[in-house]
Design a protein around this ligand. Structure first.
Ligand code: ADP
Length: 192
């Protein structure tokens, strides 16, 4: 199995690069943002609870997303590996993920961070908001709150994995293909 965390602030291109990675390496894509939006679309109790946080640009409570990831892992017993996108976003989520993967006799092989400047993030998110149908991309205040949550709660997750020497960073600015080349090179070096 090969398990990869694609990490970076909102708007850093995780979704775009994830799509290319799952095509190339045959991994199962687990995006907590996508899973939450699907719960909202289906108007489940979980979705209704999550929406209150997401609309404000705040993180959804850990136990909600951890439960969602735990089910997703159980529902994909034959996966060759997982690509985690938007998860873990807190240290508690990182610890929970380690435990879940250990139960499956596996772990994280690579933690790949995408680095993008803050002005570029806001610009991309506002641009995406024009067409994505995502209300959290349309309001600059909500975008700024998401970036603040990222700095306060999510960026420490990189230090958590750095202890295990699994962290690699790639510049997330340039063309999609250039970035993908750099991302793929890191994956290939761990697959060897
Ligand atoms: P982006 O990376 O552009 O912020 P996502 O689709 O990953 O977009 O997430 C959208 C929102 O969903 C976040 O702002 C947050 O409210 C919620 N969310 C997604 N993943 C998590 C997570 N792992 N923990 C807590 N909240 C999450």
């Amino acid at each position: 199995m090969f398990n990869l965390i694609l990490f970076g602030p909102p708007g850093s291109g995780k979704g775009t690069q994830s799509q290319k990675l799952i095509d190339k390496y045959g991994l199962k894509h687990l995006s907590t943002g996508d899973l939450l939006r699907s719960e909202i679309a289906n108007q489940t109790p979980l979705g209704l609870e999550a929406k209150n946080f997401m609309d404000k640009g705040q993180l959804v409570p850990d136990e909600v997303v951890i439960g969602m990831i735990s089910s997703a892992l159980d529902n994909n017993p034959d996966a060759r590996g997982f690509l985690f996108d938007g998860f873990p976003r807190t240290e508690a989520q990182a610890e929970a993920l380690d435990k879940l993967l250990k139960l499956k006799k596996t772990g994280i092989h690579l933690f790949l961070g995408l680095e993008v400047s803050e002005e570029e993030l806001v610009r991309r998110l506002l641009e995406r908001g024009k067409t994505s149908g995502r209300s959290d991309d349309r309001d600059e205040n909500v975008i700024r709150s998401r970036i603040v949550e990222y700095h306060n709660k999510t960026s420490p997750v990189a230090d958590y994995y750095a202890r295990f020497d699994k962290v690699r960073n790639v510049k997330g600015e340039g063309s999609i293909d250039e970035i993908f080349e750099a991302v793929s090179a890191e994956v290939d070096s761990k697959l060897k």
